[in-house]
Design a protein around this ligand. Structure first.
Ligand code: BGC
Length: 534
């Protein structure tokens, strides 16, 4: 169990293990079919035993849940389905006593259409002060019947919706998520207040949703392919916003992780300058196919782009928006297509699990911090959710083409023999658990030394108690084609075999941990990783 003030206290975030909780699907404390804070509080000992340093909660605020809580109606209140503010405060304290810090999720690009500001904007009408906090515009065409511009949506479908008085408002996501106008001083002030509100309640960090989308070209000009700057991605004004956020965080010793997805490494690194965000997600690693050369290039590029600004890298294999790791890695083509998600592509669960185990040891031994999505430690595959039960708006907005993200959001299995696999519900949970889910139950895996859960527990324990992990240099070692081998400080080594056949391990090394057994000749089989000490 991590001590509350362990050796990583100063700059703890530079090499932390951060566990992502999707509250709706983690554990149900009141039996109503939806996960909640009572469920999380009851499972804190599990997280402490797993050995995580922090928990990131996807939004837990009052929300109509049109986009799984990323449509926030009130940042200062917990959704009643999850609990109360008092419970959130207790949770933050109890977690801290177990050595686990709390990270909350702030969604600054948009609010729910049920947010007081948007309701006031609708009521106040065209030209009002209330509408200036959003992007309301008259339409184009003779009678204003056409949207004000042609911006592509982040979800499928239009980015503008017309209200009864004839004006249109901008929403990069669903119509229930109107975009805020970040050129408005009240929008900035309000978010800095919200940051303070949560820092004052003891949270250690904030994840910033869609962090590169907030600022918009003031002309709202049409989108032109290939023309820079993009009208709403990575606008220069963002840096000024994040510098003032950083000043707020510094008052409390809080940290940020930005959801910043930019192909340009230099532009990405600007967000990580010392007076801006502490860290940002590294999606290139997540979307990299299971291929040694490409993984090595991604790791090198990631480290190279972080080095000049002195920020630590973050590593993530999975989250609430993407197909689960075991299912992705079980596919012939392991690339991840965010547009189609390769739905229906055949997957081999045994292969996917073997690779996911190896990927765990790879990820956990890279320099920087690691994000672990709930259920990843159980090796959960993507669940097939019956079409008539899918709730994610990505599905409906794509006309049913995109399966949406519910397959990675299915309630966790805790106890193999309990109703609904011990999720805690007395009625069927909000998303159905597929047949066979109990095989992944935490209680069953905890008793099996070969399970994914046992691998994660052991790996996290070693990572915490052995020198060489986390922040620091990484040096590649000579290795055969298809094999990744590197050295970390203190003689720690990681070897991952992505080649078709077994390979010999470096001589004079001691095995610390393997993602699977060595073969009869002491060689490392394909799709297997080991940690060694020279
Ligand atoms: C979140 C998604 C959400 C979107 C809109 C994202 O990047 O991770 O789950 O749908 O932002 O808020």
């Amino acid at each position: 169990m991590a001590a509350p003030d362990s050796h990583r206290t100063a700059g703890w975030w530079r090499d932390a293990i951060i566990y992502q909780v999707y509250p709706r699907s983690f554990a149900d404390g009141d039996g109503d079919g939806t996960g909640d804070l009572a469920g999380v509080r009851a499972r804190l000992p599990y997280l402490a035993e797993l050995g995580v340093d922090a928990v990131w909660f996807t939004p837990w605020y009052v929300s109509p849940l049109v986009d799984g809580g990323y449509d926030v109606a009130d940042y200062r209140t917990i959704d009643p389905a999850f609990g109360t503010l008092g419970e959130a405060e207790k949770l933050i304290t109890e977690a801290r006593e177990l050595g686990i810090r709390t990270i909350v999720d702030i969604v600054p690009n948009h609010v729910s259409d049920q947010h007081a500001w948007f309701r006031a904007a609708l009521a106040a009408g065209p030209g009002s002060e209330e509408r200036k906090r959003f992007h309301f515009r008259p339409g184009r065409g003779e009678n204003g019947e056409l949207p004000p511009n042609d911006w592509p949506s982040q979800f499928s479908g239009p980015t503008w919706t017309r209200v009864p008085d004839g004006e249109w408002y901008l929403h990069l996501f669903t119509p229930e998520q109107p975009d805020l106008n970040w050129a408005h001083p009240e929008v900035r002030r309000e978010h800095e207040d919200v940051l303070r509100f949560w820092f004052e309640r003891g949270v250690a960090g904030v994840r910033i949703d869609s962090a590169a989308l907030l600022a918009k070209d003031p002309a709202l000009a049409d989108f032109e392919e290939g023309v820079d700057p993009h009208p709403y991605i990575d606008q220069d004004e963002l840096h000024d916003i994040y510098r003032s956020w950083r000043a707020v965080a510094d008052e409390y010793g809080g940290v940020f992780v930005g959801e910043v997805w930019l192909p340009d490494a230099e532009r990405f690194a600007r967000y990580l300058r010392p007076d801006e965000l502490h860290t940002a997600f590294n999606f290139n690693f997540l979307s990299c196919p299971w291929d040694a050369d490409r993984l090595r290039r991604t790791i090198d590029d990631t480290l190279a782009e972080h080095a000049p600004v002195g920020a630590p890298a973050t590593w993530v294999l999975c989250n609430h928006d993407v197909t689960r790791t075991v299912t992705r890695y079980g596919r012939e083509d392991t690339g991840f297509d965010f547009a189609t998600k390769a739905f229906g592509t055949p997957t081999d669960p045994a292969l996917g699990t073997r690779r996911a185990r190896a990927a765990a040891l790879l990820t956990l031994s890279l320099p920087g911090s690691v994000y672990l999505y709930q259920g990843e430690e159980l090796g959960l595959p993507e669940a097939d959710v019956p079409l008539d039960r899918i709730q994610d708006p990505m599905h409906s907005r794509s006309g049913g083409v995109d399966p949406g993200r519910d397959g990675c959001r299915v309630p966790l299995p805790w106890s193999a023999d309990a109703p609904y696999c011990g999720f805690g519900s007395e009625t069927e949970p909000w998303l159905p658990q597929p047949a066979g889910w109990s095989a992944y139950a935490a209680d069953r895996q905890g008793a099996d030394p070969e399970s994914m859960l046992s691998l994660y527990r052991e790996a996290l324990l070693l990572r915490r108690t052995t020198d060489g992990f986390g922040d620091g240099p990484l040096d590649w070692l000579p290795a055969p084609d298809g094999v990744l081998a590197y050295r970390r400080p203190g003689g720690l080594m990681c070897v991952v075999n992505l080649s078709p056949g077994p390979v010999a391990l470096p001589a004079h090394s001691t095995l610390l941990l393997g993602s699977g057994p060595l073969d009869g000749d002491g060689r490392l089989p394909r799709d297997t990783a080991v940690w060694l000490r020279a």
